[in-house]
Design a binder for this molecule. Structure first.
Ligand code: FES
Length: 512
């Protein structure tokens, strides 16, 4: 079995009889309305003859993994496989963008694609729809965690399925995020610190899974995208995540022992011969060390594509936009009462441009919508142009795709991540939110005891109140415990989460 790296998260996995492309993203139109671009460019793959493919896989719905132009180009007889998620968003999106029907593969069951066996896991909490794939032949195995958080029990069942440690692990040290780039509550020094902490946290997480999986080869897959539109070119200055080469050097500095790679498009790892061959052509004109000049030229080369994508963005006009917005949010309030209560905050939408205005949307047990008046309290603020909000409300643009485009600014106080707010905006669907509610309510009330470095004893819930990861592998520092899955930090004395909106049940025990 061998694997060719196609740029960003795209890979081509093949044997003599089978050829699968996973998460290929080659279009010159980028993703998220031309805000994200492949870095470095890999558009040449769009010209390949893909008629010999056995299948195409799309791991999740982010547009840097789902390229409508590529999916439309492949012959009709080549199946497009996706995981069976509780939300229909991914299959609907593929149908809408390509008019093709994707085939859902059930989870945690072995499937056969050509002569390759594969099995899929998804993130344990249905809040985060991303997937983990194992591909195996009689001799070799590949584990692609994409951008998923993987739990200890999943690691155990993956190793059981493979029958050993994986020969190759693909994991991302970057991800899809807009934090802290668009947040205005930080002065620049603080923002750099927050950004650095986030990068470290991601690297530490990936380190922890490599330690548990001990793969023979480890590939840092995908990296931060390039932002080539003038409006958001600034976001290249302090990328949200480290590039694959920086991540690789971080692992080496921390004494990572096994072979590790930061691939370029066109590199190939042959697992049968254990040979990694580099694409020297791309290295003649691209290196991570000198990417600034490359970015400037790349932005110039892509300007006509960016303009073309932006010119197709509808300018919907609606003089009665207030009523449309009110109807939209009132409908959203009735999707899931549990979500409203978990969000429990007031959001100000500060919208400029035609038909713009300021609106207060309160999500709570007493959800309500109104025009903003001076002195109205709010915890969260989104500021952006009305053309984007209209596209969202008229269901032409998913909320998460818009957030990932970075074409907005945001502010929040308290400075905590509200997972349920994003969840409700992105799903806006009864079944998908019900799946999250059932999962969160089903998490066991089991408790266990811990001792802090200061010798204090606490009894705490065994499972993280965020998404159910076992806190037995949490990191205890002073009087806090950090969940290793999404890095929520809980104050052991109060149970309060200091960086998100949830609470852990804790009880101080007598030291006697
Ligand atoms: S499961 Fe997400 S922070 Fe713990």
């Amino acid at each position: 079995m061998k694997i060719e790296f196609l740029g960003h998260a795209g890979v081509c996995i093949s044997t003599d009889k089978t050829k699968i492309v996973m998460d290929g993203w080659f279009t010159k139109n980028g993703a998220f309305d031309a805000s994200w671009y492949q870095f470095p460019a890999n558009h040449n793959y769009m010209e390949n003859d893909w008629s010999d493919l056995t299948a195409v896989i799309v791991s999740h719905e982010h547009m840097d993994h789902l390229d409508p132009e590529f999916l439309s180009k492949i012959p009709e007889n080549i199946p497009i496989y996706i995981p069976e998620y509780p939300s229909p968003n991914l299959s609907k999106k593929i149908k809408f963008l390509t008019n093709k029907d994707a085939i859902q593969l059930s989870l945690e069951k072995s499937h056969k694609i050509g002569d390759i066996d594969c099995k899929i896991w998804t993130e344990e909490s249905p809040m985060n729809q991303d997937s983990i794939w194992v591909f195996k032949t009689n001799e070799k195995s590949i584990l692609n965690t994409v951008d998923s958080r993987i739990s200890l029990s999943q690691i155990k069942s993956i190793i059981e399925y493979i029958g050993n440690k994986p020969n190759l692990l693909l994991a991302q040290c970057s991800g899809a995020s807009w934090f802290p780039v668009v947040y205005t509550q930080y002065e620049s020094g603080k923002k750099i610190n927050v950004s650095q902490k986030k990068k470290e946290s991601k690297l530490n997480y990936v380190w922890s899974i490599t330690e548990k999986l001990m793969p023979e080869h480890f590939v840092i897959n995908a990296g931060p995208p390039a932002f080539l539109d003038n409006e958001i070119f600034y976001a290249n200055d302090d990328p949200i995540f480290p590039n694959p080469e920086i991540s690789k050097q971080w692992f080496i500095k921390n004494k990572y022992q096994n072979p590790i790679y930061a691939p370029m498009p066109g590199d190939v790892l042959d697992l049968t011969s254990n040979n990694y061959s580099k694409n020297f052509d791309i290295r003649k004109f691209f290196s991570w060390e000198d990417s600034q000049n490359y970015l400037k030229k790349y932005a110039k080369d892509m300007q006509s594509n960016i303009e073309s994508v932006k010119s197709k963005i509808d300018n919907i006009s609606n003089k009665n936009f207030h009523s449309k917005l009110e109807e939209y949010f009132k409908k959203m309030f009735s999707v899931n009462a549990y979500f409203n209560e978990r969000i429990n905050m007031t959001v100000l939408f500060d919208i400029d441009g035609p038909d713009g205005g300021k609106w207060i949307v309160n999500f709570s047990s007493k959800s309500h919508f109104k025009i903003f008046e001076n002195n109205d309290h709010f915890d969260y603020k989104y500021s952006f142009h009305s053309k984007w909000l209209k596209r969202i409300i008229y269901e032409k643009l998913p909320w998460e795709d818009f957030f990932l485009s970075l074409r907005f600014v945001s502010w929040r106080d308290p400075d905590i991540y509200n997972d349920h707010l994003l969840g409700l905006l992105k799903f806006n669907d009864e079944n998908a939110t019900k799946a999250v509610e059932s999962f969160e309510k089903s998490i066991s009330n089991e408790v266990f005891s811990i001792t802090t470095p200061n010798g204090e004893n606490y009894e705490i819930e065994k499972f993280c109140p965020h998404a159910g990861a076992s806190l037995e592998s949490g990191i205890i520092k002073n009087d806090q415990i950090e969940c290793s899955l999404h890095h929520y930090v809980f104050d052991l004395k109060t149970g309060n989460c200091i960086n998100a909106n949830c609470n852990l049940k804790t009880k101080k025990l007598d030291n006697s």
